[in-house]
Design a protein around this ligand. Structure first.
Ligand code: NCD
Length: 290
Protein backbone atom coordinates (compact mmCIF):
# COMPACT_ATOMS: atom_id res chain seq x y z
CA UNK A 1 0.00 0.00 0.00
CA UNK A 2 1.76 3.18 -1.17
CA UNK A 3 -0.87 5.77 -0.26
CA UNK A 4 -4.08 5.52 1.74
CA UNK A 5 -6.28 7.89 -0.25
CA UNK A 6 -9.46 5.81 -0.14
CA UNK A 7 -10.76 2.55 1.30
CA UNK A 8 -10.14 1.26 -2.25
CA UNK A 9 -6.41 1.30 -1.43
CA UNK A 10 -6.90 -1.32 1.29
CA UNK A 11 -6.94 -5.05 0.59
CA UNK A 12 -8.83 -7.25 3.06
CA UNK A 13 -5.46 -8.58 4.29
CA UNK A 14 -4.19 -5.01 4.98
CA UNK A 15 -7.28 -4.41 7.10
CA UNK A 16 -6.75 -7.61 9.10
CA UNK A 17 -3.08 -6.86 9.78
CA UNK A 18 -3.76 -3.25 10.81
CA UNK A 19 -6.69 -4.12 13.08
CA UNK A 20 -4.88 -7.08 14.66
CA UNK A 21 -1.89 -4.84 15.37
CA UNK A 22 -4.21 -2.23 16.82
CA UNK A 23 -5.62 -4.80 19.23
CA UNK A 24 -2.07 -5.71 20.30
CA UNK A 25 -1.23 -2.03 20.86
CA UNK A 26 -4.51 -1.39 22.73
CA UNK A 27 -3.57 -2.94 26.13
CA UNK A 28 0.12 -1.94 25.83
CA UNK A 29 -0.12 1.57 24.51
CA UNK A 30 1.98 3.01 27.38
CA UNK A 31 5.03 0.84 26.69
CA UNK A 32 4.77 0.06 23.05
CA UNK A 33 8.14 -0.17 21.22
CA UNK A 34 9.63 3.00 19.74
CA UNK A 35 10.11 1.59 16.28
CA UNK A 36 9.58 4.75 14.24
CA UNK A 37 12.41 6.69 15.80
CA UNK A 38 14.02 9.07 13.27
CA UNK A 39 10.87 9.10 11.08
CA UNK A 40 8.81 12.25 10.52
CA UNK A 41 5.08 12.68 9.94
CA UNK A 42 3.80 15.97 8.47
CA UNK A 43 0.24 17.17 8.95
CA UNK A 44 -1.37 19.40 6.31
CA UNK A 45 -4.89 20.24 7.45
CA UNK A 46 -6.80 22.65 5.20
CA UNK A 47 -9.98 22.03 7.27
CA UNK A 48 -10.56 21.96 11.05
CA UNK A 49 -9.75 18.82 13.03
CA UNK A 50 -9.31 17.75 16.64
CA UNK A 51 -9.34 13.95 16.90
CA UNK A 52 -7.86 12.98 13.56
CA UNK A 53 -4.95 15.41 13.71
CA UNK A 54 -4.11 14.96 17.37
CA UNK A 55 -4.47 11.18 17.36
CA UNK A 56 -2.14 10.93 14.34
CA UNK A 57 0.37 13.19 16.10
CA UNK A 58 0.07 11.25 19.35
CA UNK A 59 0.42 7.97 17.45
CA UNK A 60 3.64 9.14 15.80
CA UNK A 61 5.12 10.41 19.09
CA UNK A 62 4.20 7.20 20.91
CA UNK A 63 5.99 5.22 18.21
CA UNK A 64 9.12 7.31 18.76
CA UNK A 65 8.76 9.45 15.63
CA UNK A 66 8.50 13.22 15.24
CA UNK A 67 5.84 15.49 13.77
CA UNK A 68 5.89 18.69 11.73
CA UNK A 69 2.75 20.71 10.95
CA UNK A 70 2.02 23.01 8.04
CA UNK A 71 1.80 26.28 10.01
CA UNK A 72 -1.11 28.73 9.65
CA UNK A 73 1.47 31.31 8.47
CA UNK A 74 2.89 29.06 5.71
CA UNK A 75 3.91 30.45 2.30
CA UNK A 76 0.42 29.61 1.06
CA UNK A 77 -0.29 33.13 2.33
CA UNK A 78 2.18 34.34 -0.35
CA UNK A 79 0.25 32.45 -3.00
CA UNK A 80 2.22 29.20 -2.99
CA UNK A 81 0.18 26.38 -4.49
CA UNK A 82 -0.81 23.20 -2.68
CA UNK A 83 1.19 21.29 -5.30
CA UNK A 84 4.40 23.14 -4.44
CA UNK A 85 3.69 22.90 -0.72
CA UNK A 86 3.42 19.11 -1.00
CA UNK A 87 6.47 18.80 -3.29
CA UNK A 88 8.55 20.57 -0.65
CA UNK A 89 7.17 18.97 2.52
CA UNK A 90 7.51 15.49 1.03
CA UNK A 91 11.27 16.16 0.93
CA UNK A 92 11.27 16.62 4.71
CA UNK A 93 8.79 14.06 6.00
CA UNK A 94 8.32 10.28 5.62
CA UNK A 95 4.52 10.43 5.49
CA UNK A 96 1.96 13.21 4.92
CA UNK A 97 -1.45 13.25 6.59
CA UNK A 98 -3.72 15.57 4.61
CA UNK A 99 -7.26 16.88 5.13
CA UNK A 100 -8.84 19.00 2.43
CA UNK A 101 -12.35 20.41 1.82
CA UNK A 102 -12.40 19.35 -1.84
CA UNK A 103 -13.86 15.92 -2.52
CA UNK A 104 -11.69 13.73 -4.74
CA UNK A 105 -8.56 15.92 -4.60
CA UNK A 106 -6.29 13.33 -2.92
CA UNK A 107 -5.35 11.51 -6.15
CA UNK A 108 -4.07 14.76 -7.60
CA UNK A 109 -2.19 15.74 -4.44
CA UNK A 110 -0.56 12.31 -4.32
CA UNK A 111 1.13 13.01 -7.69
CA UNK A 112 3.19 15.73 -6.05
CA UNK A 113 4.42 13.66 -3.13
CA UNK A 114 7.53 11.48 -2.98
CA UNK A 115 6.27 9.86 0.23
CA UNK A 116 3.02 8.11 1.24
CA UNK A 117 -0.08 10.25 1.74
CA UNK A 118 -2.84 9.37 4.18
CA UNK A 119 -6.24 10.92 3.47
CA UNK A 120 -7.58 12.44 6.71
CA UNK A 121 -10.82 13.49 4.98
CA UNK A 122 -11.56 15.03 1.55
CA UNK A 123 -14.80 17.04 1.53
CA UNK A 124 -17.81 14.73 1.43
CA UNK A 125 -15.53 12.12 -0.16
CA UNK A 126 -13.76 9.66 2.12
CA UNK A 127 -12.19 9.27 5.53
CA UNK A 128 -10.48 5.86 5.39
CA UNK A 129 -8.74 5.98 8.78
CA UNK A 130 -12.02 6.84 10.52
CA UNK A 131 -13.52 3.79 8.79
CA UNK A 132 -10.72 1.62 10.18
CA UNK A 133 -11.28 2.84 13.73
CA UNK A 134 -15.05 2.51 13.32
CA UNK A 135 -14.65 -1.09 12.18
CA UNK A 136 -12.26 -1.74 15.05
CA UNK A 137 -14.91 -0.42 17.45
CA UNK A 138 -17.65 -2.54 15.86
CA UNK A 139 -15.48 -5.64 16.26
CA UNK A 140 -14.60 -4.68 19.84
CA UNK A 141 -18.24 -4.71 20.91
CA UNK A 142 -20.02 -6.85 18.36
CA UNK A 143 -17.69 -9.64 17.25
CA UNK A 144 -19.91 -12.18 19.02
CA UNK A 145 -22.91 -11.44 16.77
CA UNK A 146 -23.68 -13.27 13.53
CA UNK A 147 -26.27 -10.78 12.39
CA UNK A 148 -26.11 -7.08 13.00
CA UNK A 149 -28.60 -4.31 12.47
CA UNK A 150 -26.99 -0.92 12.01
CA UNK A 151 -28.94 2.32 11.79
CA UNK A 152 -27.25 5.41 10.32
CA UNK A 153 -28.77 8.77 11.20
CA UNK A 154 -28.01 12.44 10.63
CA UNK A 155 -26.42 14.01 7.59
CA UNK A 156 -25.82 10.77 5.73
CA UNK A 157 -25.62 12.30 2.30
CA UNK A 158 -22.63 14.48 3.15
CA UNK A 159 -20.94 12.11 5.60
CA UNK A 160 -17.53 10.90 4.46
CA UNK A 161 -17.24 8.68 7.53
CA UNK A 162 -20.39 6.69 6.69
CA UNK A 163 -19.35 6.36 3.07
CA UNK A 164 -15.90 5.03 3.95
CA UNK A 165 -17.24 2.72 6.66
CA UNK A 166 -19.73 1.14 4.26
CA UNK A 167 -17.01 0.60 1.68
CA UNK A 168 -14.77 -0.95 4.32
CA UNK A 169 -17.51 -3.25 5.64
CA UNK A 170 -18.12 -4.52 2.12
CA UNK A 171 -14.48 -5.52 2.03
CA UNK A 172 -13.78 -6.74 5.57
CA UNK A 173 -17.18 -7.53 7.08
CA UNK A 174 -19.33 -7.82 9.02
CA UNK A 175 -21.31 -9.28 6.13
CA UNK A 176 -24.56 -10.41 7.73
CA UNK A 177 -25.91 -6.95 8.21
CA UNK A 178 -29.22 -5.14 7.86
CA UNK A 179 -28.89 -1.41 7.43
CA UNK A 180 -31.28 1.44 8.07
CA UNK A 181 -30.60 4.90 6.69
CA UNK A 182 -32.74 7.83 7.74
CA UNK A 183 -31.75 9.74 4.65
CA UNK A 184 -30.79 9.22 1.02
CA UNK A 185 -27.46 7.44 0.76
CA UNK A 186 -24.71 8.83 -1.42
CA UNK A 187 -25.17 7.30 -4.89
CA UNK A 188 -21.96 5.31 -5.06
CA UNK A 189 -22.94 3.26 -2.02
CA UNK A 190 -26.29 2.31 -3.53
CA UNK A 191 -24.79 -0.86 -4.95
CA UNK A 192 -24.30 -2.28 -1.47
CA UNK A 193 -24.57 -6.02 -1.14
CA UNK A 194 -26.42 -5.46 2.10
CA UNK A 195 -30.06 -5.55 2.74
CA UNK A 196 -30.99 -1.96 3.44
CA UNK A 197 -33.98 0.31 4.05
CA UNK A 198 -34.29 4.03 3.80
CA UNK A 199 -36.73 5.21 6.44
CA UNK A 200 -38.14 8.55 7.53
CA UNK A 201 -36.78 10.02 10.76
CA UNK A 202 -40.33 9.65 12.12
CA UNK A 203 -39.94 5.86 11.71
CA UNK A 204 -36.82 5.63 13.88
CA UNK A 205 -38.90 4.97 16.98
CA UNK A 206 -40.60 2.01 15.28
CA UNK A 207 -37.29 0.39 14.30
CA UNK A 208 -34.92 1.36 17.10
CA UNK A 209 -35.65 -1.78 19.14
CA UNK A 210 -33.99 -3.95 16.47
CA UNK A 211 -30.80 -1.93 16.31
CA UNK A 212 -27.42 -3.28 17.47
CA UNK A 213 -25.45 -0.21 16.42
CA UNK A 214 -26.79 3.33 16.13
CA UNK A 215 -24.26 5.34 14.10
CA UNK A 216 -25.04 9.06 14.36
CA UNK A 217 -23.54 12.03 12.48
CA UNK A 218 -23.70 15.80 12.83
CA UNK A 219 -25.08 18.19 10.18
CA UNK A 220 -22.19 18.86 7.75
CA UNK A 221 -23.24 22.50 7.28
CA UNK A 222 -19.94 23.48 5.69
CA UNK A 223 -20.70 21.18 2.74
CA UNK A 224 -24.34 22.04 2.08
CA UNK A 225 -24.04 24.85 -0.47
CA UNK A 226 -27.57 25.42 -1.77
CA UNK A 227 -28.70 21.89 -0.86
CA UNK A 228 -29.07 21.73 2.93
CA UNK A 229 -29.63 18.41 4.66
CA UNK A 230 -33.08 18.09 6.22
CA UNK A 231 -31.87 15.77 9.00
CA UNK A 232 -33.10 16.84 12.41
CA UNK A 233 -33.06 13.67 14.52
CA UNK A 234 -32.11 14.10 18.18
CA UNK A 235 -31.50 11.06 20.39
CA UNK A 236 -33.77 11.41 23.43
CA UNK A 237 -33.66 9.38 26.64
CA UNK A 238 -37.03 7.88 25.73
CA UNK A 239 -35.64 6.50 22.48
CA UNK A 240 -32.48 5.37 24.23
CA UNK A 241 -34.56 3.34 26.68
CA UNK A 242 -36.23 1.53 23.78
CA UNK A 243 -32.87 0.28 22.49
CA UNK A 244 -31.52 -3.21 23.21
CA UNK A 245 -29.52 -3.35 26.43
CA UNK A 246 -26.39 -4.40 24.50
CA UNK A 247 -26.86 -1.95 21.62
CA UNK A 248 -24.06 0.58 21.13
CA UNK A 249 -24.11 4.21 20.04
CA UNK A 250 -21.32 5.42 17.77
CA UNK A 251 -20.56 8.90 16.47
CA UNK A 252 -17.37 10.07 14.73
CA UNK A 253 -17.63 13.36 16.66
CA UNK A 254 -17.74 16.34 16.82
CA UNK A 255 -21.42 16.29 17.81
CA UNK A 256 -24.01 19.03 17.74
CA UNK A 257 -27.55 18.89 19.15
CA UNK A 258 -28.26 15.40 17.75
CA UNK A 259 -26.46 13.72 20.65
CA UNK A 260 -27.19 15.45 23.98
CA UNK A 261 -24.54 15.26 26.72
CA UNK A 262 -26.97 13.44 29.01
CA UNK A 263 -26.60 10.32 26.83
CA UNK A 264 -22.87 10.08 27.69
CA UNK A 265 -23.39 8.38 31.03
CA UNK A 266 -25.44 5.56 29.45
CA UNK A 267 -23.54 2.28 29.06
CA UNK A 268 -24.44 2.13 25.35
CA UNK A 269 -22.50 5.33 24.57
CA UNK A 270 -19.22 4.25 22.93
CA UNK A 271 -18.19 7.35 21.00
CA UNK A 272 -15.42 8.41 23.35
CA UNK A 273 -14.02 4.88 23.28
CA UNK A 274 -14.33 5.08 19.48
CA UNK A 275 -12.22 8.26 19.49
CA UNK A 276 -9.70 6.57 21.79
CA UNK A 277 -9.50 3.59 19.43
CA UNK A 278 -8.36 6.07 16.78
CA UNK A 279 -5.00 6.24 18.53
CA UNK A 280 -4.43 2.46 18.48
CA UNK A 281 -5.58 2.11 14.90
CA UNK A 282 -3.45 5.03 13.68
CA UNK A 283 -0.40 3.68 15.51
CA UNK A 284 -0.95 0.33 13.81
CA UNK A 285 -1.44 2.02 10.44
CA UNK A 286 1.75 4.13 10.71
CA UNK A 287 3.78 1.08 11.72
CA UNK A 288 2.33 -0.81 8.75
CA UNK A 289 2.88 1.93 6.18
CA UNK A 290 6.35 3.01 7.33
C1 NCD B 1 -15.52 13.55 11.08
C2 NCD B 1 -14.93 14.15 9.83
O1 NCD B 1 -14.03 15.00 9.89
O2 NCD B 1 -15.37 13.73 8.79
N1 NCD B 1 -14.78 13.83 12.22
C3 NCD B 1 -13.70 13.06 12.52
O3 NCD B 1 -12.76 12.95 11.77
N2 NCD B 1 -13.76 12.37 13.66
C4 NCD B 1 -16.96 13.84 11.24
C5 NCD B 1 -17.44 15.26 11.15
O4 NCD B 1 -16.69 16.20 10.97
O5 NCD B 1 -18.63 15.41 11.32
Amino acid sequence: MRHLLSVDDLQATDVEIILQNASRIHPNVKNFGLNLSGRILATLFFEPSTRTKLSFKTAMYKLGGQVIDLPPDSSQKKGESEADTIKVISQYADVLVIRHPQEGIMEELAHYSDVPIINAGDGAGEHPTQALLDLYTIRQYKSNKDHLTIMFTGDIHYSRTIKSLLKLMMKAGPHNVRLYFTNEVNCDIKDLNYCYNIIEESEIEKNIEEVDILYMTRPQKERWGSNPSQASFILTKDLLNKMKADAIIMHPLPRNEELPGEIDENHRAKYFQQAKNGLYVRMALLKYML
